[in-house]
Structures are given as C-alpha cells and as structure tokens.
Design a protein around this ligand. Structure first.
Ligand code: ATP
Ligand code: MG
Length: 553
C-alpha cells in the first residue's frame, strides 16, 4: 500500500482513500475512471480530471479506465472518440481498459427490466412538458403521474415495445419510481430511458432506446469495479440517485462517488458546447486552433504535457468552485519552456543593417550556445555577414527616454556577435527608413569594448543566411475574465487574439526543425513550429506564450 504522506500537495480525496485503505475497504484496491462524453475535444478542465483520476490510480498502484460515456448518439462521433484517446495519451497517461457505456447497453436494459420487476420503474406516457409540470419546484413537491400505478406486467410489455421500436420517439419514457415529494428534485422519478431513433457510432441502429446519464453512469462504474468515482461538484445532488440505483440492483460493487470543484479558467471557456460553437461558427480555426483551451489547441500552440500536469498539480483539488487566473497556467507553461527549449533568433519586422567596415565577402560562423543555463544542450553555428537584419523596433530615430537599443550615433551589441554603431539612416522618398549604415568594432566578439559601456543587446539574423518564416502571435481569445458569465460569451471575443506576421526572418538552423519543435526566440517569446505548416511552403511558428506576464499592462 502506498500513501501520499511525502507528496508535496495533499488533497481531501487522498485522505478519503487513505482512510478506506486503513479499513481495508475494497480489499485495498483503488480503481478510478475518466468518463468523457465523445461530443467534442478535451479541454484544460478535462486535464484536471484526467490528472486526478489517472494520477490517483498511479499513486496507489491502482487502475484507471478510459470510459466513453456515449449515450447521446446525435452529438457524438468517432472523430471525437479518437481525439480523446490521442489527447489522454499525449498528456502522458495509459488507461487500464478502454470501455464504452455502449458496451453495457444490453446489461443496462436487463437491469431496467429488473427494476420494473421490483416495481421500482414504470413506463410513463406524459409528454416532456407534462413531466416538467408534474415535477414540482424547490419549494413544492411534485405530483405523481397517472401512469405511476401501471402494473408490472404492463410496464414490462411496454418497455419491451419501446425496445422493439413499437412506439414513436418521445411517446414513452421509463422512469425510476422513487419519491415525487423528495426535497431533491433529482429523486422525483427521474427518466432512465428514452426512445430516440438515432444512429449510434458504435451500436449502429441496434437500439432505438437509450439510457439516461445518471442511470448509466453508476451502473457502468459498478460493472467496471470502480472503487472511487470522482466527478465534479454539479453531480453532488445526483449522488443520492447514484446510490439509489445501485442499491436496488445486484451489481458487482458499489463505488463511492466523490465530488470536486470544476476548473474554471479566467479569460477562457471550458464547456464543450461553447467550444463547439466557436469552431462551427468559425470564430477560431478548428478545435486545435492555438487559442483554444483544448488539449489539441494547447499542443499546437507549443504547450507541453508536462506544463499541463504541473498546472493541474498546482491548482490542487478542492470542494470549492473558484476561478483560476490565466497567469497560473501561463507560468507553468513558461517555467517548463524556459528550462527545456533551446534558444534561437528570429526577427519579426526586419530592418536592414549594412556594416560598412565589414569585408564584402566575409562570413563568420559564430558558435552560440543553445541554452545559457544548460551547456549540455549544446550550441549551434550562426552566420555573421556584412548585412544583418534587426528588429525595426530596436532602432529609434527619436528615442524615448531610457531607450537602451540602437539610436543614430549610438552603439548596441548584437547578441553573440559584435558591437555595432549606427552612423547614418537611409530613407526612401516617402521618408521610410530602408536601412541603417553602421560600423562594427572587431574587438568586441565575446568581450566588452575598451573604455566605454554598451548597455543594449539585441537579436539579429544575417540577411543572406536567414530564412523566411511566418510568425503567428496569439493572445487570449477573450478580453473578459469570465466570459461564461455573460449573456453572450461571444461578446467577449478579443478581436486582437491573432496577429499574423508574414515577413519574418529566422536563423537558418530552424529550416530543419521538425513540426512541433519548441524554441525561445530571444527577446520575443516561446514559439513552436506549427504542426500543419508542411504544405504551406513557408515555415510557420506559433507563439506559445510571451517571455513575461505583460498581459493587460
Ligand atoms: P463539458 O461541459 O465541457 O462537456 P462535461 O463535464 O459535460 O463538460 P464530460 O465529457 O462529461 O464533460 O466530462 C468528463 C469528465 O471530465 C467528467 O468527470 C467531468 O466531471 C470532468 N470535467 C469536465 N469539465 C471539467 C472541468 N472544467 N474541471 C474539472 N473536471 C471537468
Ligand atoms: Mg457532459
């Protein structure tokens, strides 16, 4: 038995499990499951649940299943299922078994027959609207349906007819017979089966009735011998129903449902339904748009699985809903990328520098370290030549006070190379700066100039040795911290969430980088070679995150 006493963060779920283990509950076994509905791509909120379920199982040498909760065929698809499997693996987890609620359709049906035989379920002909009216309110008890007293035989016959397709969609539902006066509305005879002629991506047209979530979930857990069924707080009020269903039936075990707070992330949306709307209405470029809080989007932006797991560990598991600041996620991303991504140079908006005293045909190959703190990450060669490109913004004709970069008549260091001095500005007829005439100090390679201080250091690439690239600067998708709380979350879309820079230049070593490779572009931020740029003819890099948290400043 392993406990977590030495873990850096503890949570109330570990306490519960530790107690269960002390009492040898479940014979010391820990079995969890992650149960997504395949109706969209996984998002950062799901990552919290994945890390919790798989992480807890691993911590106690237990098992964790991936189970698709596939009882709403109209909204579900194979594409979503495959994306979920890919994303769970990408996050670094391996499931014990891959299951589907639809694997249990026959068993679920037989259990429902069992409930009917015990007079604990009945076929109701009330319309959905009538069922709502009969349900009562928080302050008033519900009213019993006239069909509640239908005989067991009649119920069995009608339920079989539902299965056989004898009735129209919506004509009947099967309801659990619990208590129409229960203070908990979920216990007022909830529907457990409905008629729905919908093609299921796994069972095809085999069924025209589908079990409801609450009924399906607890039985699926029990059939998989789950010990701890971890779910989000909105299911707290459903727990009595979870327990009621299992108490009536002869199931292999009775898992314990434990609720924890959902992740809510500021400036973001964690609802598959709304994310789906963003995709369908083309507010973003697909589920894997780097601005999306989906795992596919985060991956394409360049976020590592490590950073996401670290984030989930940091936010912890509690019983209280709260909003997590975007900065918490961004810090996890930054810390990971700072440690692990090689440095490179890229210029967003190039300005040409001609070094007049540098020999025309000379090219120097400078050895530049890939990571200042990690010599083991090696170094690369960067070519230096007579014409280099610097960032347009790193030169100021009329410098603001405190400007430490290049000014006319001033000096600046080109990172990893020499100190240069600007002597003259060349402009076109419209007055735009075309290039700067400079000189370099040959004595300043890797050392400070004699007798004077040069404060600024800027990045650069050699014009003739660099390669063109498109850089995409992504920003937060929403400009409101809680878009979910607005009447229309689309009102909070940030119109400046993407800036595409098509005429960037990057150092030549990047030409052979594989899609998905991550870099810190010196002074610009963390970037990732786009996973889908191979057919574009030009390299594309997505900005994962800025170097520092400057958002909103
Ligand atoms: P959505 O509204 O995005 O569809 P959901 O809860 O309906 O969310 P499911 O596919 O049913 O999505 O979720 C699978 C598991 O992930 C569930 O156990 C659910 O509680 C958990 N989960 C979903 N969203 C979050 C979140 N924001 N924070 C933590 N866990 C979540
Ligand atoms: Mg759901």
């Amino acid at each position: 038995m392993s406990t977590n006493e030495n873990q850096s963060t503890s949570n109330f779920i570990r306490h519960i499990i530790n107690n269960d283990l002390k009492q040898n509950k479940n014979n010391g076994r820990v079995a969890t499951r992650f149960p997504p509905e395949p109706n969209g791509y996984l998002h950062i909120g799901h990552a919290k649940s994945i890390c919790l379920n798989f992480g807890t199982a691993a911590e106690y040498q237990g098992t964790c299943n991936l189970r698709f909760d596939d009882t709403n065929p109209e909204k579900e698809s194979i594409e979503y299922m495959e994306s979920i499997e890919r994303d769970v693996k990408w996050l670094g987890f391996e499931w014990h078994e891959l299951r589907h609620a639809s694997d249990y359709f026959e068993q679920l049906y037989q259990y429902a027959v069992d409930l009917i035989k015990q007079d604990k379920a009945y076929v109701d002909s009330l319309s959905p609207e009538e069922i709502r009216q009969y349900r009562g309110t928080l302050t008033e008890p519900g009213k019993e349906s006239p069909d509640r007293s239908r005989s067991i035989e009649e119920n069995l016959r009608l339920f079989e007819g539902m299965r056989n397709g004898d009735f129209a969609d919506g004509q009947y539902v099967l309801r659990a017979k619990i208590d129409m006066a229960s203070p908990n509305i979920n216990m007022r005879d909830p529907a457990i089966y409905r008629i729905r002629r919908a093609h299921h991506h796994r069972t095809g047209d085999q069924w025209c009735i589908y079990p409801m979530y609450d009924y399906t979930h607890c039985i699926s857990d029990a059939l998989e011998n789950i010990t701890h069924s971890l779910c989000t707080l909105e299911f707290e009020d459903h727990r009595p129903l979870y327990d009621w269903v299992l108490d009536q039936l002869d199931v292999p075990c009775h898992p314990q449902q434990i609720e924890f707070a959902r992740l809510q992330l500021e400036y973001s949306i964690v609802s598959k339904r709304k994310l789906n709307q963003l995709v369908m209405e083309k507010h973003v470029d697909g589920w894997d748009d780097p601005r999306m809080p989906t795992l596919a989007g985060l991956r394409r932006a360049g976020v590592t699985p490590n950073a996401i797991r670290d984030f989930c560990e940091r936010i912890g598991i509690t019983k209280k809903d709260s909003w997590i600041e975007m900065a918490v996620l961004e810090n996890s991303i930054r810390e990971d990328l700072n440690e692990n991504s090689p440095r490179a140079m890229a210029v967003l908006k190039p300005l040409r520098i001609v070094i007049d005293n540098y020999p025309e045909d000379q090219v120097e190959s400078l050895d530049i370290s890939n990571h200042p703190q990690h010599p083991e990450m090696g170094s690369r060669n960067i070519q230096f030549s007579k014409t280099v490109l610097i960032e347009h913004d790193d030169f100021a004709e009329v410098p603001p006070s405190g400007f430490k970069r290049l000014i006319n008549g001033g000096e600046v260091r080109l990172r990893g190379a020499y100190v240069i001095k600007c002597n003259e500005i060349s402009k076109d007829e419209q007055g735009n700066i075309v290039e700067l005439r400079c000189t370099y100090d040959p004595d300043t390679l890797g050392k400070n100039p004699e007798g004077r201080k040069v404060k600024g250091v800027i990045h650069w690439v050699s014009e003739q040795h660099s390669v063109p690239a498109e850089l995409r600067l992504y920003d937060r998708l929403f400009n409101h911290p809680n878009p979910d709380t607005l009447t229309n979350f689309l009102d909070a879309l940030n119109p400046h969430s993407l800036e595409v820079l098509k005429y960037c230049r990057v150092e030549s070593s990047l030409a052979t980088s594989a899609p998905g490779s991550r870099f810190q572009f010196e002074r610009l931020g963390y970037f990732c070679r786009d996973l889908q740029d191979t057919d574009k003819g030009v390299m594309v890099f997505n900005r994962t995150v800025t170097l520092r948290d400057t958002w909103g400043k």
